[in-house]
Design a protein around this ligand. Structure first.
Ligand SMILES: [Mg+2]
Ligand SMILES: [Zn+2]
Length: 172
């Protein structure tokens, strides 16, 4: 990346960047929202580094192997490039099922904290966004800002934005 700033947006995958297909595991099932790439372009134009933080319990539940997750993410990386975007700076994946009591499954903050430390990010300029309350809570647990996008019903206790683009437009 050309401008390594300490500002970052951590994004949920399913229901936020792409439509939630309920245990999606094949690249051909990826379906972006109409504003996904416009919003990501604006975020990067404003100097934010982009990361994805995703719970993929389908692995831990035995529905699909971790390699399937990687193939989906490789396809999304290629789509970023096709839209002239910088690549995601990190893919944070929790492959565990809820009963494994790991420290990486959202709303646990481990994945965000690891990237914050690795890349020297500034908590004052970082957000975690997703379509569920656990996404916003994950951000708060990591000491950064958290918000819910797209799903108003999940936003009871959190800042809410109707779309990713609306969020990107409000960023300083
Ligand atoms: Mg989601
Ligand atoms: Zn985990």
């Amino acid at each position: 990346m050309t401008n390594k700033t300490p500002k970052a947006i951590f994004l949920d995958r399913d229901g936020t960047l792409i439509r939630d297909k309920n245990y999606l595991s094949r690249p051909e099932d990826i379906e972006y929202f109409p504003d996904t790439f416009t919003a990501l372009t604006l975020m990067q134009a404003k100097g934010y580094r982009l990361y994805v933080i995703t719970n993929q319990s389908g692995v831990g539940r035995g529905f699909f192997p971790i390699e399937a997750v990687y193939s989906v993410h490789a396809a999304m990386d290629a789509d970023m490039s096709a839209h002239k975007l910088e690549p995601f700076e990190g893919w944070g994946v929790c492959p565990h099922s809820p009963d494994e009591a790991c420290t990486c499954r959202k709303p646990h903050a481990q994945l965000i904290e690891d990237f914050m430390q690795r890349d020297g990010l500034d908590a004052k300029h970082c957000w975690m966004l997703g379509d569920k309350g656990i996404d916003a809570q994950c951000g708060l647990n990591a000491g950064i800002k958290g918000a819910v996008v797209r799903e108003k019903s999940a936003a009871a206790d959190f800042v809410f934005f109707a779309t990713l683009l609306e969020f990107a437009q409000t960023l300083p």
